[in-house]
Write a protein that binds this ligand. Structure first.
Ligand code: ATP
Length: 442
């Protein structure tokens, strides 16, 4: 049974603490579009930074790219999105609600008692109609068919059409990859579950170009590396699993596909896809553009269209996963403590500096320390209220370390460092505390 109360608590915490707000809220909000507040933008940025570090900076065989959102409309004909990027849509003539025909089992009929669409005797569903998920807009002042452009529904195509530019400019050789983080837009029929499925979102995609015949090995390697990355950002391995696409789910061009799924309060769902896309993408762009996209392999003195192994994750979906994974409530001394137990690598604020009392020079010393540390990692200064309350506020924001300036600090220069999860305290000298925290961010 879906734990809806947990999602409700999380959504309300996200608003209260400034992680995520509804878009255009003062106008009543815009359906399934969300804005990230001060803590949310840091959390999501950490997701993207950890991905970029692992995929681009830590490797010699992957280059970065930032392609534009708007692309030549022929790109979307070549990719198959104009003809085939559709979901089957059904309407209910009785309640006027609209559902994805292939996800009726996940949807709720608005009539009571709670049932799936089609299960009440009064439900009257239409035949499914195909609905294209791409947002259209017009380029230039004339709204005619020739000026139609699309908001990209995935970032991958920007990589395929730049494959040769990157290859020439970087002097990489196959096997190599191109990584990109950027916005994508899908006019989803049934968006929902907070930032899980939205109409505007960010993707972190990497396309790895390999010699045909070596694709199977590379596919397995990428599966292993990508799962390890999700562990490294602190996701609980017991809540992650593989879902292999069966023959009915597999795209017609794909040789193999696996999703990494996470156990959300609303069930197991995809957070990342790893796909063996064969030579479909470059083959289609070669055909539609008329430009040769073959690779000349000097070592083997042969030409081929590389196969592509794709890893495709959603930055917003991984951010939600981190929030769900981190949220917990605990009884401490008769009170409920709400904690976001983020791994320090992804926590929005790494440390809070707190003067124990507002006198004896403690605020001045704490303020100096705060400004010093703020140059090294995101910090927060708080001198209002009882120290216990300030700790609780930081627990709820997911801050892993609180540094308290107290009487002993004035005497010997050491601070109380309080760790969020264990709530244990130890003393670390003020000169070493920056490095002490940095060690724990690695
Ligand atoms: P789903 O079956 O959930 O619609 P998909 O199979 O269409 O997803 P892909 O096209 O493989 O998803 O996209 C890759 C990743 O992009 C997904 O794993 C997900 O993390 C993210 N993503 C896709 N659609 C959305 C969306 N509407 N909102 C947020 N993230 C999304």
């Amino acid at each position: 049974m879906a734990d809806t109360s947990l999602m409700e608590k999380l959504v309300s915490l996200c608003k209260r603490r400034g992680f995520v707000f509804q878009s255009s809220e003062i106008y009543g909000g815009l359906g399934s579009v969300w804005d990230y507040g001060p803590l949310g933008v840091e959390l999501k940025k950490n997701v993207k930074d950890r991905w970029w570090e692992a995929m681009v900076h830590a490797r010699d065989d992957i280059e970065g790219l930032d392609a534009a959102i708007l692309m030549h409309p022929r790109v979307w004909e070549a990719s198959g999105h104009v003809a085939g990027f559709t979901d089957p849509l059904v309407d209910c003539r009785t309640c006027k609600a609209r559902f994805r025909a292939d996800k009726l089992g996940d949807a709720q009929c608005p009539q009571k008692p709670s049932k799936h669409p089609g299960e009440h005797s009064t439900c009257d569903l239409t035949e499914p109609r195909l609905f294209n998920l791409m947002f259209k807009t017009f380029m230039g002042p004339v709204e005619e068919q020739a000026a139609v452009v699309y908001l990209r529904p995935e970032t991958a195509q920007g990589i395929y059409v730049n494959y040769q530019n990157v290859l020439n400019a970087s002097r990489q050789k196959v096997p190599f990859g191109i990584a990109q983080i950027g916005k994508a837009f899908r006019n989803e029929i049934t968006p929902g579950n907070f930032i899980f499925r939205t109409r505007e979102f960010e993707q972190m995609e990497m396309q790895f170009f390999v010699k045909p015949g070596t694709d199977g090995e590379w596919f397995e390697r990428w599966r292993e590396w990508r799962l390890a990355w999700h562990h490294a950002i602190g996701l609980n391995p017991a809540r992650l699993r593989w879902h292999q696409h069966g023959p009915g789910e597999l795209a017609h061009y794909a040789k193999a596909a696996y999703d990494i799924e996470f156990e959300f309060p609303f069930g197991w769902n995809e957070i990342e896809g790893i796909h063996n896309r064969s030579d479909y993408d470059l083959g289609r762009h070669q055909e539609y553009s008329g430009k040769k996209l073959e690779y000349f392999d000097q070592a083997g003195n042969e030409r081929y269209i590389p196969y592509i192994i794709e890893t495709s994750a959603g930055a917003d979906r991984v951010t939600l996963t981190l929030l769900v994974n981190a949220y917990r409530e605990e009884e401490v001394e008769g009170e409920t403590r709400v904690v976001l137990g983020f791994h320090p690598r992804v926590a929005p604020i790494k440390a809070a500096v707190l003067p124990l009392v507002k006198k004896d020079g403690m605020p001045e010393l704490a303020d100096r320390m705060y400004h010093d540390l703020k140059r090294r990692f995101p910090c927060f200064y708080d001198d209002s209220g009882a120290i216990g309350r300030r700790y609780r506020r930081m627990d709820e924001a997911g801050t892993p370390f609180c540094l308290t300036v107290d009487g002993q600090t004035l005497a010997d220069g050491t601070l109380t460092v309080r760790e969020r999860d264990s709530m244990t305290q130890e003393r670390v000298h003020q000169d070493r505390v920056g490095a002490w925290i940095e060690e724990r961010l690695r």
